[in-house]
Structure formats: structure tokens, C-alpha cells
Design a protein. Structure first.
Length: 461
């Protein structure tokens, strides 16, 4: 009786039951699909964020590597600059001439004191004198002008040359570091932009192909790439092969540092020599000054050189002419650095080189670059003064060296400047233990300028 009533109830409400079940099934299926699509969308957004983080990390790593490459390049260029300096500012020949004069004087005094009846002593003295005279004659034959000068003249020239060389090196190495940073960051950014443009074009093309409704629907159901694969895909997105002409243009741009190393630095030398004579010319090698007094005079030299070369409003392009050749001399510089085949390719199209030079000129003439260069030079001054103070202190006993008012002969400072030049020009790609270069490379404003060039803020039209 009850079962028949139940069957009757089902028959009467069968339509409503089927409708309710259908609605519930539809809602469940729709909810499941919606949840799946939402989860898929969220996962895609997570992938995009992961890719963006990966790309930013790649950019950061590439920027860091570029700054390291700049330091490596400087280590490679230092020996070249040392060879150039040896032609104009050779200190060793003056030191050798002074030693020869001192040795000849001591030998002359010794021979006068030696008795003539002492055959052995006379024989030894004669042999030594003949040997030293032979060496002196050889040196005189190589450079009669140096040998004919008096001891005082040699000391004065050594004083001036050692100071001029040390200060010129500070300015040139600081300028070379600035120029190298600008060049490499511009080229690295250019390579990165080419890669980014290529990826963007490929992505846009892919989006156009997937623009139809069918492809859009299929895109939601095809298998998703994992985060690792996304990272691998970004890693594999390498820039296209650079054309030979573009490569030659970029190499030509880098080779323009030849100008600073071989010609531009002479402008520094000329101004430095003038101011060294102005502030140190009245001091004799035997005159004594304290470290603070010497520092004050050296500060005056740096200040005057900065005023003549870096802060001269009348010659805004003077720094540019030191770091880069005049357009009329570009061909001359390129002939010194490129082989004939590369020159031929370069002459076919210099568009890239012109663009790079235009931006480099704007960077060099900017206020930011002037501030960075002055900061590097100030850091160079601090370094050389620390080295000089340490070197001159070695000439005295430790208890005397602790006295800040201790006076030292100018001759002591002269030899300390010579030692400082050797420390600054120390090179070695394996050890890379040049403390001067490491100190300049760690200047914060230099990294800030490099980052702005790498990001292309405000320099390129």
C-alpha cells in the first residue's frame, strides 16, 4: 500500500524531480568549470609574475657583469698606458743617473783615500772604478743630456716628473674608468633592447595568431608550462646573431679609448705640469715639509687642474675632447685600432657608430658625468695621500713616524710619489689585486651613473 503510494507520488512529481536534478547537475558542472578556469587563470598570472621576476633578475645580473667587465677591461688597458707613459714620463732613467753620480762620487773619494803602495787595494779599487766607469759611459752614450746634468738638476726634474706622473695617472685612470663604464653599459643595454624587442614582436605575433575564438578556447585547455619551463624559455630567448657590420661598428666604438690613452691624456699632463711648477717649483729636494703641508700643496694642484679642465664654463666640450677624438680625427684613430678589412666594412655604414658616439658625447658633457669624474679624482687624491704618508713614514723610525708634525725632505716625498705610481699602475688579470682600481670601482656615484646609462634615462633622444 505504501510502496504504491510512493510510486504514485514519483509519477506525479517526476517532471519536477528531473528538472531539479538537471539544474543541480548543471550548476555543479558550471561551478566545476568556473573553478577550473579561475585556478588556471590564477596559475597563468603566477607564471607571468615568475617570468617577470626572472627577467628582472637577468637584467640585474647582466648589469653587475657589465660593471665587472669594465674593471677587467681596465686591467687590460693599464699595461698599455704604462708603456705610453714610459715614453714621456720615464722616472727610472733619472733614478739611475742619480745613483751613478752618487756611486761615482763615493768611488772617487775612496780612491783618494786608498794608499798607492797597497797593491791589492789599488787593484780592487781600480777594477771597481773601471767597471762603474764603463757602466756610466754606457748610460751616457744612451742619454747624454741626462748624464750631463748636475745632481740638483736631476733631483728637481725627478721631483717635477714624479708629481706630474702621479697626478696625471689619477686623472687619466679616473677618466678611463668613466669612459669604459659608459661604453660597455651602452652596448649591453643595446643588446638587451634588441632581445626585448624580438621577444615582444614574437609575443605579439603569437597573440594575433591566437586571436580567434577557437584558438582562445583551445588555449585554455592545452597543457600549461611549468614554472621551470617558463624560466628555460626565457633563458633560451637569446638575441639574434649580430650582423658583421653592427659588430664592427661596436668594436670601433670601443676602440676609441685609444685616443685617451695615447693623445687625450697629454692635455692632463700639460695642465698638471703647469700647476706642479706653480706650487712645488720653489721647493728644493733638501727642503723639509710635513705631510699636512705637502697635502695642502697637492690639494691646490688638484683644485687648479679641476678649475682649468672640469669646471671651465668657457670650454664645456674640453672634457669630451680629452676622452673622445674630434670628428676630424676619428678616421685617424680607427686606422690605429682596426684592420683594413674592418675599416672597409665600417666605411660602408657607420650608422650605429654615429648613434653610439652621439649618446656618449651627451653622457660625457652631462653634469652627472662631471660630478662622477670629480668624485673619482677626489677618491684618487685620498688614495695617493694615504700611500704617500705610509711610504714616507717608512723612512723614519716607528716612534718618530707617529708624530704628525714630523718633517720630511722633498726628496723623500719624490721617491714616495714614484713608488705610488708603481702601485697605481700595478696590473695582473689573474690576481687583480690593484687596490687603487678596486677603490675607484667601488665609488657609489659611478654605479648610479652606470645604472642610469644602462636604463637609458635622459641621454638618448
Amino acid at each position: 500500500m505504501m510502496s504504491s503510494n510512493g510510486r504514485g507520488l514519483v509519477r506525479r512529481h517526476r517532471g519536477k524531480i528531473l528538472t531539479s536534478v538537471g539544474i543541480m547537475a548543471t550548476l555543479f558542472a558550471s561551478g566545476s568549470v568556473c573553478i577550473y578556469l579561475i585556478k588556471r587563470w590564477l596559475y597563468k598570472q603566477q607564471l607571468k609574475i615568475t617570468e617577470q621576476h626572472f627577467i628582472r633578475e637577468q637584467i640585474r645580473r647582466r648589469f653587475t657583469q657589465t660593471q665587472e667587465d669594465s674593471l677587467f677591461a681596465l686591467y687590460e688597458l693599464i699595461p698599455v698606458f704604462s708603456m705610453v707613459l714610459a715614453k714621456n714620463l720615464d722616472l727610472e732613467e733619472l733614478v739611475i743617473a742619480l745613483r751613478d753620480k752618487k756611486l761615482n762620487k763615493s768611488l772617487g773619494q775612496r780612491s783618494k783615500k786608498t794608499p798607492d803602495n797597497d797593491g791589492m787595494s789599488s787593484g780592487i779599487s781600480t777594477s771597481i772604478t773601471e767597471m762603474e766607469n764603463s757602466e756610466t759611459n754606457t748610460a751616457e752614450n744612451k742619454n747624454d743630456l741626462v748624464a750631463q746634468r748636475t745632481k740638483a738638476e736631476l733631483w728637481n726634474e725627478l721631483k717635477v716628473k714624479s708629481l706630474v706622473k702621479m697626478i696625471t695617472i689619477c686623472y687619466t685612470i679616473s677618466s678611463l674608468l668613466l669612459l669604459t663604464r659608459l661604453q660597455l653599459n651602452m652596448l649591453t643595454r643595446r643588446e638587451y633592447l634588441e632581445t626585448a624587442i624580438k621577444v615582444a614582436v614574437e609575443k605579439e605575433s603569437s597573440e594575433r595568431q591566437n586571436g580567434s575564438l577557437l584558438n582562445w578556447i583551445y588555449g585554455y585547455w592545452k597543457p600549461l608550462k611549468t614554472v621551470d619551463k617558463a624560466g628555460e624559455e626565457t633563458k633560451s630567448s637569446k638575441p639574434s646573431a649580430v650582423s658583421k657590420n653592427a659588430y664592427i661598428n661596436e668594436q670601433a666604438f670601443l676602440s676609441l679609448s685609444w685616443w685617451l690613452l695615447n693623445r687625450g691624456w697629454l692635455e692632463y699632463q700639460s695642465v698638471v705640469r703647469e700647476n706642479v711648477n706653480k706650487h712645488f717649483g720653489n721647493l728644493n729636494p733638501r727642503d723639509k715639509v710635513t705631510v699636512q703641508e705637502f697635502s695642502d700643496k697637492l690639494t691646490s694642484v688638484f683644485h687648479d687642474v679641476n678649475a682649468n679642465l672640469l669646471n671651465n664654463n668657457k670650454n664645456e666640450s674640453l672634457l669630451k675632447n680629452i676622452l673622445l677624438p674630434d670628428p676630424t680625427l676619428e678616421d685617424f684613430v680607427l686606422q690605429q685600432t682596426l684592420d683594413p678589412e674592418a675599416l672597409k666594412i665600417l666605411n660602408e655604414d657607420r650608422t650605429i657608430l654615429r648613434q653610439l658616439l652621439h649618446e656618449a658625447t651627451k653622457c660625457i658633457e652631462s653634469t652627472a658625468s662631471s660630478i662622477v669624474l670629480e668624485t673619482l679624482i677626489n677618491e684618487s687624491f685620498q688614495f695617493v695621500m694615504e700611500q704617500l704618508e705610509k711610504n714616507v713614514s717608512k723612512k723614519k723610525k716607528s716612534e718618530e713616524a707617529n708624530d704628525k708634525d714630523e718633517s720630511y725632505q722633498i726628496a723623500v716625498f719624490t721617491m714616495s710619489c714614484k713608488e705610488c705610481c708603481s702601485d697605481i699602475l700595478k696590473s695582473g688579470m689573474v690576481s687583480m689585486d690593484n687596490s687603487f682600481l678596486s677603490r675607484l670601482d667601488s665609488v657609489v656615484v659611478l654605479d648610479d651613473l652606470s645604472a642610469s646609462v644602462y636604463s637609458n634615462f635622459g641621454f638618448q633622444d
